[in-house]
Design a protein around this ligand. Structure first.
Ligand code: 5GP
Ligand code: ZN
Length: 110
């Protein structure tokens, strides 16, 4: 855990979030600036800025949880996105996987 990290604060409940899932290793919540309805973020509880900072045993659960959320929310078409570093458009320096539903046009946010 990193004291000043906003995603660590979300895990600790110090910043409110719309929680979707939590286990001992993983936390998932709705993105505050969704690209589509249901855009969620799946994160390891272990703090690390980039993928290579996260232990394998933490990472292995992330994909299973992402799949579980897609099935539970009946998301049929979606993108999974994971940015590492500023040049790659990473803004929050705590590893996170975006699960971005791709709805029909009429269901999108415009
Ligand atoms: P990145 O560009 O780093 O891959 O994406 C960071 C994501 O975190 C963005 O989609 C942004 O909307 C989301 N985000 C940033 N701050 C917060 C927050 O305080 N709460 C939630 N739920 N999402 C956040
Ligand atoms: Zn963190």
């Amino acid at each position: 855990m990193a004291a000043a990290c906003i995603f660590c604060k979300i895990i600790r409940g110090e910043i409110p979030s719309m929680k979707i899932f939590e286990s001992d290793k993983t936390f998932a919540f709705l993105d505050i600036g969704p690209l589509s309805k249901g855009h969620s973020l799946i994160i390891p509880k272990h703090h690390g800025a980039k993928l290579h900072d996260i232990p394998d045993e933490q990472l292995s659960e992330i994909l299973a949880v992402t799949k579980k959320i897609a099935i539970a929310q009946d998301i049929q078409d979606y993108n999974i996105l994971q940015n590492n570093g500023r040049i790659a458009h990473q803004v929050v320096d705590h590893v996170h996987f975006h699960l971005i539903p791709k709805p029909n046009d009429e269901e999108g946010l415009g």
